[in-house]
Structures are given as structure tokens and as C-alpha cells.
Design a protein around this ligand. Structure first.
Ligand code: 2NL
Length: 333
């Protein structure tokens, strides 16, 4: 059968009609793309028809060509129009699906609160930051050097005993105080130094109402030219006053391997003297260990147990209460 010019023209017009109605009926963008490929794609229906144009006479060809162009444009226009309307519908559907219903009941979130230990630490940090100190931290697993040796704790000192320290199979240990943090800090920095090191520490103690194997300590350290015991006393007095109020305090001679002289600080609390802190002037051997000249620099240090402060301030009878996460207990703070 030969392709009559009029027949090709008719086929083109049919294609246009079919195309336009199929496009208008398509209800999603994927289907629309299929239609585009089917009508206008490289192997599409329009291309297929146009390939038969070669058989037309020279007079017919431009006329049919012009018809073909209008068909192509009409299908393109229909595709675009439908794409716009499908896209708009898609956005509209999304908007409707995502509408927030402000009348829906909320999700219940129980009110949390600061743990009493963190409360003490936060308050102490605030006080020392006010005095110009910055917070330092370090590892809880330590070497013998940072926990003992650099702190002038001789090999035969009782604190080194297996009774007091958790040793790890590789020879490292769990820090028994946060002083190791301060040794690391001094190694890395030069005076003047004002730091506080709060953190978890570990001791091989029998657990009872006043002892835990894992507890919290906060130490402070100042190293500078010309620091004296008077600076230490003033700093501690200011700290304890902000922490406990205007109460009598006293310094009692004591001993720590890393301070010389050393003292315990007592606070008069409810008519009784209560031991609350240990302190002293940094031992020259400690300064030497971190490469500071003890003829140029002096320092003072002090430390306290966070649990003990919490027990005094909140009148707790048993240290284990702060570790058991009993909400009836914790909700009181
Ligand atoms: C206490 C007593 C104390 C220190 C900690 C210290 C740290 C360095 C050098 C010298 Cl790097 N001293 N710390 C000094 C005296 C007492 O803590 O009763 N802690 C719970």
C-alpha cells in the first residue's frame, strides 16, 4: 500500500488527538514521561510517521512537514501543561499530608534534673571560674608515672599498695586522684597556671556508707611566681564560704606526698568540726618532675571529694544513694 499524502496528514492529526487525550488523562509524572518517550522520543510514533515522508511528492512534502511541526508543538505544549499541573498537585498533596495539627495532644516528656553530684561539681566550677581558673580533664586510665611517680609518691608509699589501686593487666592503672590531670597540664603548659580538675577516680576500698570504689574528686592547682600559703588559705576560704556560707574554718597540719607543707581543712558545720578538704604547697619535687624551676615558681593545690560535699550539703546518710539512680531519691533535688 502506498502512503497517500492525505493519509499521512490524517495519521498525523490522529496522533495529535490520541496524544493530547492520553497526556491529559495521565495522572502521574512517571506515566507522563512514558508518554513523552512514546510520542516524541527517538523511536517514538511521530518519528516513525515522519520517516515515511520521503515517499511524498515535492509539492506535498512542505505542506505535510508544516502539519508535522504543529503536531509536535501541540504534543509538547500538552506535555508541559500536564507536567505543570501534576507537579502542582504533587506539592499540594505533600502540603496537605504534612499539615501540623496544633490541636493534637503533645508527647509527654518527663522533666529531668541535675544529679546531686553534678550539682556540686557545677557549683564548684562556677566559683573557681569566678576566681580565674579554667577546667582541665584527662584520662581515667593512667600510667604509674602520672598517677604516682611525678607526684613524688615513692615506690614504697602505702598508696601504691595493691589494696588501694586498681592495676590493669598491662601495668596501667585507674587513676586514684585527678592530680594526674594536673601533671599532664603542667607538662604541656608554662606558668602562670590556674586549673581545676574534676572527675571520676578509683580506689580499692571496701564499699560502705561512706566509701565507694568509684567516686568523684575535684582538685585545684595554681603555679606562679611568689605564691604563698596565704594565697592558698585565701582561695580555700573564699571557695568554702561561697559553697557553705560564712562558717568558721581551720587548717590542721597533715601530710601528702605531693605537697609540703600539707594541711587538712576543717569546717564548723552544725557545731562540729568536719574535715572537708586536703591541701598544701606543691612539693618542689613535683615542680621539678614537670620541668619547672622550684627556685622561680611556687604553687598550691587542694582537693576534695564531691560525694562528701554532697552528703554534707544534702544531709545524706549513705554514699550509695548517689549511685543507685533511685528516682524517689533523685527527684528530691
Ligand atoms: C584530698 C586532698 C589534695 C592535692 C590534692 C596536688 C596536685 C598536684 C600537686 C600537688 Cl599536681 N598537689 N593535689 C594536694 C593536696 C591535697 O587532695 O583530700 N582529696 C580528696
Amino acid at each position: 500500500m502506498t502512503n497517500q499524502p492525505s493519509s499521512l496528514e490524517a495519521q498525523l492529526l490522529t496522533l495529535r488527538q490520541e496524544g493530547e487525550s492520553a497526556i491529559a488523562a495521565s495522572d502521574n509524572l512517571e506515566r507522563l514521561e512514558e508518554l513523552r518517550v512514546s510520542y516524541l522520543g527517538k523511536k517514538g510514533q511521530l518519528g516513525l510517521l515522519l520517516r515515511t515522508m520521503g515517499k511524498l511528492s515535492a509539492e506535498e512534502r512542505p505542506k505535510v512537514g508544516a502539519v508535522a511541526n504543529t503536531v509536535k508543538e501541540a504534543i509538547q505544549t500538552a506535555l508541559e501543561k500536564q507536567r505543570e499541573s501534576l507537579e502542582a498537585a504533587k506539592i499540594q498533596a505533600q502540603l496537605e499530608a504534612e499539615t501540623i495539627d496544633v490541636t493534637m495532644p503533645g508527647i509527654y516528656r518527663p522533666q529531668g534534673r541535675i544529679h546531686p553530684l553534678n550539682g556540686i561539681i557545677d557549683r564548684a566550677l562556677d566559683i573557681f571560674v569566678g576566681l580565674g581558673y579554667t577546667v582541665a580533664s584527662g584520662p581515667e586510665m593512667e600510667t604509674d608515672y602520672y598517677n604516682f611517680e611525678a607526684l613524688n609518691t615513692p615506690l614504697d608509699h602505702p598508696a601504691r599498695d595493691m589494696q588501694d589501686t586498681f592495676y590493669l593487666p598491662d601495668g596501667n592503672l585507674l587513676r586514684t586522684h585527678t592530680s594526674s590531670v594536673q601533671i599532664r597540664f603542667m607538662e604541656a603548659e608554662e606558668p602562670p597556671i590556674r586549673i581545676i580538675a574534676p572527675g571520676r577516680v578509683y580506689r580499692r576500698d571496701n564499699v560502705d556508707s561512706t566509701h565507694a570504689a568509684v567516686f568523684h574528686q575535684l582538685e585545684l592547682l595554681a603555679v606562679d611566681e611568689g605564691l604563698t600559703f596565704t594565697d592558698l588559705k585565701g582561695t580555700i576560704k573564699e571557695f568554702l564560704q561561697q559553697m557553705f556560707g560564712e562558717l568558721p574554718i581551720r587548717f590542721r597540719a597533715s601530710y601528702f606526698p605531693f605537697t609540703e607543707p600539707s594541711a587538712e581543712v576543717d569546717l564548723q558545720w552544725n557545731g562540729r568540726w568536719l574535715e572537708v578538704m586536703g591541701c598544701g604547697m606543691v612539693d618542689p619535687n613535683v615542680l621539678k618532675a614537670v620541668g619547672y624551676d622550684p627556685e622561680v615558681y611556687t604553687g598550691f593545690a587542694a582537693g576534695f571529694g564531691v560525694e562528701r560535699f554532697a552528703m554534707v550539703l544534702h544531709q545524706l546518710d549513705d554514699i550509695r544513694r548517689v549511685y543507685t539512680s533511685d528516682l524517689r531519691f533523685l527527684r528530691q533535688f
